[in-house]
Structures are given as C-alpha cells and as structure tokens.
Design a protein around this ligand. Structure first.
Ligand SMILES: Cc1cc2nc3c(=O)[nH]c(=O)nc-3n(C[C@H](O)[C@H](O)[C@H](O)COP(=O)(O)OP(=O)(O)OC[C@H]3O[C@@H](n4cnc5c(N)ncnc54)[C@H](O)[C@@H]3O)c2cc1C
Length: 436
C-alpha cells in the first residue's frame, strides 16, 4: 500500500466541507478548501441550525476539543422530544425525551449558524481559500486530480471532494445523470423574539419542537433558547475562546440576539396565490404574514398570534427540491458529500446533519488511507455506500414530512392524526416508530 502523504482538495466551505477539513487537519493530513464566497461573512447565515446527535458526534470527532467545548457552551437546548398537535393545540403525541445525563456529543443542540461557521473556520486560515469558484476538474494520468477555477488557477490533489452544495458543479461533472426534483410545497418561515412581550406564549411553544397537523397545510415550530445567558456564557467561555485564538466578542456577537421561537408554515403550491413574492425578493414579509394568517382562520388563537406578532423582516419564503437517488457509479478519486449528493427539503432539519455524518465517515476513510491502512478507491467506495444509504434515508424522511404537510386529502390527514394519537397513547408503538 502507498505511504505517500495524501493531498485532499475540498470544494465548498459550507458545513460539511469545513467539518471534513477540521477533521483532516487535526489528523495532520494535507487538506485545502476552495470556497466560492468572497469572504467568511459574505452571506447572512439565517436561522439557527438544529444539530441532532448524529451531527453532534461528527462535530465532536472532527473539531479540536477546545472548539467543540465553545460550540456546546454557546448552543441552545432544543428541548425534549417533538410534540405533534392539532391546529386547536391539542396534543396527539410527544416523542420520548432523550435520557438524562448524556454526554454533549450524544445530545441535540440548537447552534447559531454564524457561531458554527466561525468555529469551523477557526485555525484554517491557510487552508480555506475564499473567492475561488470551481468550474470543472481533470483526472490526470498519474492518478491525481486537478480542480480548475474560474480565475484561471488550479489545485491538484490525490482526492477531490465536492462539498459544494445543492447545485454542485463537481456533481454535475461526476454524475451528469443526477437530478433534483422540485417538490410541490412552499414554505414560509419567521422568528418571534422571546422577550418581555412574549409572556403570553403557551408552554408548548417555548419548550421544544412541535409539528401541527391540521385539516390542511402544516406548521412546524422550534424554540431557540441558549443554555446560558449572554453574560454567563461570555464569562464562562471567554478564556476557552481566547485559548482557541478567537475573539470572544466576535464569536458570541450572535448570542446577543434574542432567543426566539421560529415557525415554518408549509402548504401545497396549488393552495397559494400564483403571485407569491419571489424567494429572492427583499421585503415581502408583511404580505407573507398576511397570507399565512388568512390560512389559519380556525386555528388556536395563540398560533395565530404567533404568526401575527412575528416581525415582518424575519419572514421569508422557501421553495423545496429533493435529489433523486442515483444508481451506484464506479468509484474514482472524485467524490461528493452533503447537499452535493443528497439535497433535501429542510423540513425536519436533516440536511446539515447528513452533511456532518458524511464528513465524519469520509474523514475516517481518508485517515486510514493516509496511514497506509487502506487503499484509496475501496475506502472511498465504502464511504460512498454509507453516504448514500444515510443521505437518501434522510431525503426520504424529509420528502415524507413534506408530503404529509402538503396532503390534499382530509381523509388521509385524519388517518395520520389517528396514527399519531395512537402512538401518543401506546408507548411501545411510539418507541418502535420514532426511536433511532
Ligand atoms: C431554511 C433552512 C433551514 C435549515 N435548517 C436545518 C437544520 O435545522 N438542521 C439541518 O441539519 N439542516 C438544516 N438545513 C439544511 C442545511 O442548511 C444544508 O443541508 C447544509 O447546509 C448542507 O451542507 P453542505 O456543506 O453540504 O452544503 P452548504 O452548506 O450549502 O455548503 C456548500 C458551499 O459550497 C460553496 N460553493 C457552491 N458552489 C461552489 C463552486 N462552484 N465553487 C466553490 N464553492 C462553491 C457554497 O458557497 C457553500 O459555502 C436547513 C436549510 C434551510 C434552507
């Protein structure tokens, strides 16, 4: 087996690409990331991210310990298991809460996207190259691969990883037959800050995640509350942040935002007006809020108030698409991870977790190759099998949630509600259906 040091070229400095780069860098592997954005904060980072235990494990394994500790200290607690309700706020079922006393690497976390990005970039100044957009790649006769960039430059390595998101340029060349199908749902989401004026919010909305399954449409809510107040979190972690070579003021800047309840309303495209504000249009919040309120006429007054009181500038529209499962392909030294392989509707918050899972599996595979414990192509083939299995299970789950959300038939919805009520009443059935 080859003992030459592996050179890994990662395209895309998003969640998955940076997590992989952290893990490889920590293992002493030569890794370089090429990111299209001009700078780390070129884009606003929107809502907090729900990190499930699978994502926590990946971040724990890939990040150096001091960065992982900062992540936990600055994260929020997403609360116990998800509740399923009717539109009258009647509980149908609540998932069982995770056991107490779990290590943070086995828990879920609500993570600020800005903080996560800063942590994932920490210590990678010489590794991440901003303002570099891949246009294609070339596989060389000596077994290496060269990424070609829009500015005429290039980068050569032993492995090329396309972590360049849902519209991946790498996937387009590697798997020209791969398709993404637009999904029939439209999402509208907003954030209500938890402050002095929000004392009226019922406990159900401020303690955990919930989904509301009415006779038509669908609503999801999640609470983002830091485990520590801004002041104690800053005091608690300042030394650790400085030890990590980061600026505490910059890192917890986002934690100075109010905690909030986020909501996402989903409906079938056909149920909504044809002239909905475009997802890229700025300032449509008020119109979207009026539209959602008009669809919730018979809902519990607190749910209507949640929407009505949400600041218009936080309200956005999302369109959905899902990757189609690809047939297996002959493995080469070019591979893909995360949304580049298996993008999915954000319903359920699974995509980032799947990207983190991929990064961790690929990290382990590449470390084994670098140490001479495995050959590159079989190791990448095993990674691709695991990545496709896990990623497309998440695509199926997200698509199923979206289908449930956009079901036109009230008969099927009544059956679904009865099923959740039954799961709520019969713990063994609930555990059989909803445990990992
Ligand atoms: C509203 C919303 C809420 C969500 N909430 C959650 C949640 O709570 N939990 C969860 O797990 N997931 C969530 N997701 C999904 C999650 O954001 C994605 O699945 C995740 O970001 C995928 O990570 P990635 O690294 O594969 O791709 P990305 O994070 O999209 O990163 C891709 C990177 O590649 C770069 N790039 C693109 N093209 C090129 C190119 N040609 N050359 C170089 N660089 C390029 C991009 O600039 C980007 O930085 C949500 C998504 C949305 C839209």
């Amino acid at each position: 087996m080859s003992t030459r040091q592996l050179r890994v070229v990662v395209i895309g400095g998003g969640i998955g690409g940076l997590c992989l780069a952290q893990g490889l860098n920590a293992a002493g592997i030569d890794v370089a990331v090429y990111e299209r954005d001009a700078a780390p904060d070129a884009r606003t980072q929107g809502y907090r991210l729900n990190i499930e235990p699978v994502g926590s494990r990946a971040l724990h394994d890939c990040l150096p310990a001091h960065l992982w500790n900062v992540l936990v200290a600055t994260a929020g607690d997403p609360g116990p298991g998800m509740g399923v309700f009717t539109e009258e706020l009647r509980l149908l079922m609540r998932e069982d809460a995770p056991p107490a006393g779990l290590d943070p690497s086995e828990q879920a976390h609500a993570v600020s996207r800005i903080t996560l990005r800063r942590l994932l970039l920490a210590g990678l100044d010489d590794i991440v190259h901003f303002g570099t957009e891949i246009t294609g790649y070339r596989q060389n006769t000596d077994g290496t691969v060269t990424a070609l960039f829009a500015d005429g430059t290039s980068a050569t390595g032993d492995v090329l990883v396309g972590a360049d998101g849902a519209n991946s340029r790498v996937r387009r060349q590697l798997l020209p037959h791969a398709r993404r199908t637009p999904a029939p749902g439209v999402g509208i989401g907003g954030k209500l800050p938890l402050g002095d004026g929000s004392a009226w919010l019922p406990e159900e909305l401020i303690s955990t995640k919930n989904m509301f399954l009415p006779k038509r449409d669908f609503l999801f809510t999640a609470v983002f509350r830091r485990r520590e107040t801004e002041r104690t979190a800053t005091e608690h972690i300042t030394d650790r942040i400085r030890a990590a070579g980061l600026d505490p003021d910059l890192l917890v800047q986002d934690a100075k935002d109010d905690d909030y309840v986020m909501w996402a309303y989903v409906a079938h495209r056909r149920a909504l007006p044809a002239d909905l504000p475009d997802p890229s249009a700025s300032g449509p919040g008020q119109r979207l809020r009026e539209l959602v309120t008009s669809r919730l006429l018979n809902w519990h007054p607190d749910l209507r108030k949640l929407i009505a009181q949400t600041p218009a500038d936080t309200i956005e529209r999302f369109d959905f698409a899902a990757a189609e499962r690809m047939k297996p392909w002959p493995t080469t030294n070019v591979t893909v991870l995360g949304d580049a392989a298996h993008s999915m509707p954000p319903v359920g918050g699974l995509g980032g977790n799947a990207a983190l899972y991929d990064a961790n599996v690929l990290r382990r595979a590449l470390i084994a190759v670098d140490r001479g414990e495995a050959e590159l192509i079989p190791a990448l083939a095993a990674y691709e099998r695991a990545m496709l299995k896990n990623g497309f299970a998440a695509v199926r789950a997200a698509t199923m949630y979206l289908r449930l959300a956009t079901l036109p038939s009230s008969v099927v919805r009544t059956v679904a509600r009865t099923f959740f009520r039954l799961c709520g009443a019969v713990p063994p059935l609930r555990r059989a259906v909803f445990s990992d």
